[in-house]
Ligand binder design. Structure first.
Ligand SMILES: [Zn+2]
Length: 278
């Protein structure tokens, strides 16, 4: 039955593709293994240090450029900022929003949660799917402690370089995971590097999420020391500000220490951190 051959071939190809896909997924999960998974060290970048990196990449803090906080086409450095990306919260009553990206990370997220808890302060965490799937208990802790959880894609790619199907998969897969673990789908999303374009914003909207940027970059990702991070936040803070920091994606020891310095001061100064709402 020659007419069957194409169908059989298709089935075999499909089955092979499924097996390869499964193996790739398992390998991806295994690679998240023991240490925390800096999103930039995922399968897409493993083994090839980014341009400008030393020959042997450090164990953390390395990422493909552009790094979080760099000027992007839609972030606060863009001119003009994209109207569909919220870079502030309503400014009344000293409201500001603290945000933490690239976690959850067992090395840093618990310490940041502890500082926030000690000061009774809510925040918003934009989680990376490949980290959240490895540490679902941490994801639950974030939500259980009253913080908002947003979508920061599955593998932390630059969305504006991807075809629409990949953008939808990055955001959709992470949204589905958050919904599975927390019982609620995320209503907020932040593009890695703050880099949105109209196509990715349309997909974000279609998936039921609002795009969030920031107005104050703590520059914790440059690891200038906790004092410097705290000074940056306190100097640039205005009512309505959304502050960008990181609880994953590299060594974030300075981020937690800085938070412990600036949080009591901004509270004393009359600022009132709130969770971001869509
Ligand atoms: Zn990020």
């Amino acid at each position: 039955m020659t007419s069957d051959h194409p169908a059989v071939t298709r089935r075999l190809l499909l089955r092979t593709a499924v097996v390869i896909g499964t193996l790739a997924t398992v390998r991806g999960l295994l690679s998240l293994g023991d240490a925390a998974p800096p999103p930039g060290s995922g399968p897409q970048t493993r083994g090839r240090p980014p341009a400008g990196a030393p020959g042997s990449a450090p164990p953390d803090g390395y990422r493909p450029r552009p790094l979080d906080g760099e000027t992007s086409r839609s972030g606060p450095g863009a001119s003009p900022p994209h109207a569909d990306v919220a870079c502030t919260v309503p400014a009344g009553a000293g409201r500001i929003a603290l945000t933490f990206d690239d976690g959850p990370d067992p090395r840093h997220t618990p310490e940041i949660l502890e500082v926030l808890r000690r000061h009774g302060t809510p925040a918003t965490f934009f989680v990376v799917g490949q980290s959240a799937v490895a540490f679902p208990d941490l994801l639950r802790s974030i939500a259980d402690e009253g913080h908002a959880v947003g979508n920061h894609t599955w593998t932390h790619p630059q969305l504006t370089t991807l075809p629409p199907g990949r953008v939808r998969a990055e955001l959709g897969r992470t949204g589905a995971l958050i919904e599975e673990v927390l019982g609620t789908a995320p209503r907020l999303a932040r593009a890695p590097y703050g880099d949105w374009d109209q196509a990715s914003l349309d997909i974000c909207d279609d998936l039921g999420m609002s795009a969030v940027g920031w107005s104050v970059d703590s520059r914790d990702w440059t690891r200038p020391g906790p004092e410097s991070i705290a000074d940056t936040v306190l100097d640039e803070l205005r009512p309505g500000a959304i502050v960008l920091s990181h609880d994953g994606g590299g060594n974030r020891v300075e981020t937690a220490r800085a938070l412990d310095r600036y949080l009591p001061r901004l509270l004393d100064g009359g600022f009132r951190p709130v969770r971001i709402t869509p």
